[in-house]
Design a protein around this ligand. Sequence first.
Ligand SMILES: CC(C)[C@H](C(=O)O)[C@@H](O)C(=O)O
Ligand code: SF4
Length: 472
Amino acid sequence: MAKTIIEKIWEQHIVFEEQGKPDLLYIDLHLLHEVTSPQAFEGLRLNGRKVRRPDLCFATMDHNVPTRNRDTITDPVSRKQIKTLQDNCDEFGVPLAGINHPDQGIVHVIGPELGLTQPGKTIVCGDSHTSTHGAFGALAFGIGTSEVEHVLSTQTLWQSKPKTMEVRIDGKLGFGVTAKDVILAIISKFGIDMGTGYVMEYTGEAVRNLTMEERMTICNMSIEAGARAGLISPDQTTIEYLRGRRHVPEGDAFEQEADRWLALATEEGAEYDAIVSIHADEISPFVTWGTNPSMGSGIAEHVPSAADYEKQSDKDALKQALAYMHLEEGMPLSSIAIQHVFIGSCTNARLGDLRAASKIIRGKKVHPSVTAIVVPGSETVKRAAEQEGLDQVFLKAGFEWRETGCSMCLAMNEDSVPAGERCASTSNRNFEGRQGAGSMTHLVSPVMAAAAAIEGHLTDVRNYMEEAVASV
Ligand SMILES: CC(C)[C@H](C(=O)O)[C@@H](O)C(=O)O
Ligand code: SF4
């Protein structure tokens, strides 16, 4: 019987199964960061255990690292978490890209970059956005700290078999429409619970045409759609991205792996437990106006009104979100003034994202009432961008060019949005207080963030792009 990639990877990793109980899965790659690992290592120490396969682990520091001055970590909790990870990795022999390491970066950016993320692997990390790695056709999901301890000591994990969902994106994406708009549009159309209990596989013409970086943006936000994980079957784009990366085999061995990877793809006629679809024509540059990622619309639209909803619970949710966001029902989205722009995070801080944003701002100036920062996703991204002169484009326009890390995505370090101020952000979460107590977040793509930085309010990037095209 034809199978989905999800079933194939699952079956290949079962170590132990018993009817009606979760399966014990082998884990091929365990990524770690400083926030969710301290108690797990402490648990090992208390029980006199070792890390079973340090060679299948890789750690980095990302959530707490300062993006201005690497040598001064002012927050005592941040300082402690960073020191603790360093000590734990030293003690247990876990490879680490520490704060000043040339490979350091956001865990979900560096895994793929180093070629650690590969098709067919089971990948876990004590972090919900581990779904990012699914872009490669890996089964990648976030786990809790007690599970981190379990994986450290056994290299296995108990997991209930998920249901499968096909999320099909037909057609070709329009002018100015990016991967970020695709995933925001999907979550807006089907809701934040659409994926509960499922692993979602993104399919369709629009997906096949995306680069690996763009696929990562989509898979990254699977968790915001409630899914356990999200993935994309490997194809030639996947293979070409991985060729030559540090942790993949070389020469003939690579070609053999490539054949094995391609054979994992979902087979023609395989059945999913659920199917949803969206057409590329339905998707325009998106922006969120509310306090969860489903509360968003195309930039040409308006903040919804209570009258637009039938259910009282939806009307109430709208009112609550708008009260927090200090927005009025029915106002045009493009009239919303912003004071901050954040181009960063594991969703949208890769080289392609920075390139795209830089094209919008080249030769322009950040609006005087806006503070705009670029936080590259990794040291590797930062170096590559600097080599192309992108840092100079951003700096000339009035952006700050920072060191790498999670930064303003969740404001665990000193980068935060002050209470009562608004940020156009390329990150993935817009919950109340996410970017700082009382801060207001509008999730957008990198090009939309760049255009907002120039205008001082949310704006349709397509106008900018038309101008850029016309000036050629
Ligand atoms: C700190 C970490 C546990 C958290 C997550 O799991 O997602 C963070 O990365 C986030 O994005 O909120
Ligand atoms: S960049 Fe944001 S979403 Fe990604 S891992 Fe860091 S805090 Fe989480």
